[in-house]
Design a protein around this ligand. Structure first.
Ligand code: WTA
Length: 651
């Protein structure tokens, strides 16, 4: 049992040097849940406000009138907090280290002063293109400094950014541009990753074929590839930038003005636009960054995520820069030019805190320790993981081979919706257990409910669905354009709580162990995907009659995508069609959604009322059909025999 496995207390040195040792954590945590308004009122002071807030918290989880406001009468500018206020003290300190895809190319060190100039100029370019406060701007960008400039430029002028991961298809991009009625799309000619270039501008052009409103395109030159530019619609950044000033005063924003929209997958329907606002989000991102990673002035911090995901928002850009940190931005992939790249970069830039995903750790673990051993990793002080449960084997490898047993591991559990970490160890305070996200962050009250009844389980040892009792400043405020969906997704099923969608166990020490999603969301290599999205892409293919998608355990990716497909009458189920469907899903959504296994099935198991029995499909996909449970309610029990006989995953 993992419960009784070895535990790892913080070292005495770490506890002494850290922002919080155990006694501090216990005291601060108790204070934070006893009087949240007082606690967060104090924490709000870590930002610079244009007009100070007088009200800290104004929240109701009362269904259906859910409303969440923090610091609601305060005003501030997020970019000014991330840049301007550091200029006096650390203008010449590096804000961003940029490490390019190819180790042959030169890294860049961008100081806070340089960041200020670039962001002001970028903001003026956006103004030049007609962007005003409250307008939406979509980003479809490589991992280059301009992605951070663009985010901060939006924040500076009060525009709302919506980043679309550069691995998404033109269709997915178009849906997000249309969904937010964006005024400008910011992209680049190409995105180099792992030695290959993705044609972002070409994809953006394709997306624009289905954009229904007037939208301009701002293009950053990254590789110098020859791309088509459409007159009056497309603009090169370097051309427009030639004419703008270095001066751009930050817009005064209300704490509750939206900072960004980020689309994420849910259990039903198409992805929803998660809305985060300015004040509370930044307080929470900054505080979690400081405490979870035990960040101290002068440290070099590296989060390997992409800015297209929430981790990139909170823990590459906003949290670190709000803290005046040096944050590393990496354009490449962990295995290029070889599986030692992460460690080469850690050595080269003397990284102190390193934050990555379990899927990357598993993939690198599979390549062997010889890719880690040549590098001097003595700078590493804290190692983080995020995105999916980490199996104890990967945890131990990270701890022993990468951290040499000296760097505490912080397994951070959180979501796009939560803005920042909710469950996480603190390096100087928490005894860790491999595979557990351990204990709540300040101000977070996790509860475990019985899935069916919704009753709260009060015993320390518990297993059920994970909810959060009250609000915290970094919480999402609404779904863009659909507040009802926000309320029904997160507050309807279990009244009075925020429902996370995750299953969870609490052990005898009160430690939390995330057991995975309890809804139809799957987690593939740490990327969140709704099975409904993949199904709707599949059924859009003319030869497909019906499709059902489930997750199954995958050694590297955590979960793989398993698709059951029923074809139109007369279509041949062969290898060619299987390939064609894989390509089709890549095109409809993007490479991350490509099914790992496709099983052609003459029929899907359904109840007499026509509901697909996913429980059975999951069992067959797991190769665990001995325990199918009750199949007596099936309309045609014999389809199950066919599914089993032709299953694709055989252990
Ligand atoms: C899962 C990523 C276990 C979880 C920041 C959650 C995790 C979903 C962990 C959110 C973790 C994230 N341990 N599971 N440390 N971190 N998850 O929105 O299922 O992309 O609900 O946010 O990832 O994914 P999202």
């Amino acid at each position: 049992m993992t419960d009784t496995a070895k535990t790892y207390p913080p070292s005495a040195e770490m506890a002494a040097a850290a922002h919080a040792d155990k006694a501090t954590y216990d005291q601060m945590y108790a204070d934070s849940v006893k009087d949240p308004a007082a606690f967060w009122g104090e924490q709000g002071k870590r930002l610079q406000w244009m007009k100070p807030y007088s009200k800290v918290k104004n929240v109701t989880y009362e269904y259906p009138d859910v409303s969440i406001k923090w610091y609601e009468d305060g005003t501030l500018n997020v970019a000014a907090n991330c840049i301007d206020r550091h200029l006096e003290e650390r203008g010449d300190q590096t804000a961003i280290i940029w490490e390019p895809d190819s180790p042959e190319d030169e890294a860049k060190h961008i100081t806070y002063k340089q960041l200020h100039r670039s962001v002001c100029r970028f903001a003026n370019v956006l103004k030049e293109l007609g962007v005003e406060k409250g307008d939406r701007v979509v980003l479809y960008m490589p991992m280059i400094p301009e992605a951070a400039y663009a985010m901060l430029a939006c924040a500076r002028i009060g525009a709302i950014h919506s980043i679309v991961f550069a691995g998404f298809s033109p269709d997915a991009l178009a849906a997000r541009i249309n969904g937010s009625e964006a005024k400008v799309l910011i992209t680049a000619d190409e995105a180099p990753r792992g030695g290959r270039n993705t044609a972002l501008k070409v994809n953006a052009d394709k997306a624009f074929e289905t954009v229904e409103h007037k939208c301009k395109m701002l293009v950053v030159q990254r590789t110098g590839a020859d791309v088509a530019m459409e007159n009056e619609r497309d603009f090169w950044l370097h051309e427009v930038e030639g004419d703008v000033s270095d001066d751009c005063p930050p817009e005064e924003m209300n704490a509750e003005d939206p900072l960004f929209i980020l689309y994420t997958s849910g259990s039903t329907g198409m992805p929803k636009g998660v809305v985060h606002t300015s004040g509370g989000y930044l307080v929470y991102a900054a505080m979690t960054h400081q405490y979870t990673f035990d960040y101290h002035d002068g440290d070099v911090y590296w989060c390997t995520a992409d800015v297209g995901w929430v981790t990139g928002h909170s823990y590459i850009v906003y949290g670190p820069l709000a803290n005046g940190a040096t944050t590393l931005m990496f354009e490449g992939v962990p295995t290029y030019p070889d599986a030692g790249r992460f460690w080469a970069v850690c050595e080269k830039h003397k990284v102190n805190q390193f934050y990555t995903a379990p899927t990357a750790i598993r993939a690198l673990m599979g390549k062997g320790p010889e890719f880690v051993e040549p590098y001097d990793l003595s700078s590493l002080k804290v190692l983080g993981t995020v995105g999916e449960p980490i199996n104890p084997e990967a945890w131990n490898w990270y701890n022993d081979v990468v951290g040499k047993g000296r760097a505490p591991i912080v397994d951070t559990w959180w979501q796009t919706e939560t803005g920042g970490h909710l469950l996480t160890p603190l390096p100087g305070a928490t005894t860790t257990k491999p595979g557990s996200a351990t204990l709540p962050f300040f101000g977070i009250e996790p509860v475990i409910l019985e899935a069916e009844s919704g009753a709260e389980i009060s015993s320390t040892e518990a297993e059920g669905v994970l909810c959060i009792r009250d609000s915290w400043p970094g919480q999402m405020r609404t779904v863009w354009g659909d507040h009802k969906r926000f309320v029904s997704t997160y507050f309807e099923q279990y009244k009075g709580y925020y429902f996370t969608g995750d299953g969870c166990r609490r052990d005898a020490d009160g430690y939390y162990w995330i057991t995975g999603r309890v809804d139809d969301v799957i987690n593939v290599s740490g990327h969140r995907m709704g099975t409904a999205e993949v199904e709707s892409a599949l059924v859009a293919h003319p030869k497909v009659a019906e499709a059902a998608v489930v997750g199954y355990p995958h050694d590297i990716k955590g979960q793989g995508i398993y698709a059951y497909v029923t074809l139109m009458a007369g279509e041949a189920a062969d290898e060619d069609l299987r390939k064609e469907l894989e390509t089709w899903v890549r095109k409809e959504i993007g490479p991350i959604a490509k099914p790992d296994l496709i099983q052609f099935a003459p029929g899907l198991p359904k109840t007499r009322s026509g509901k697909i029995m996913r429980r059975i499909l999951r069992k067959v996909a797991e190769d665990d059909f001995g325990s199918l449970g009750d199949t007596s309610t099936l309309a045609e029990p014999e389809v199950v025999d066919d599914l089993i006989a032709n299953r694709m995953n055989r252990k």
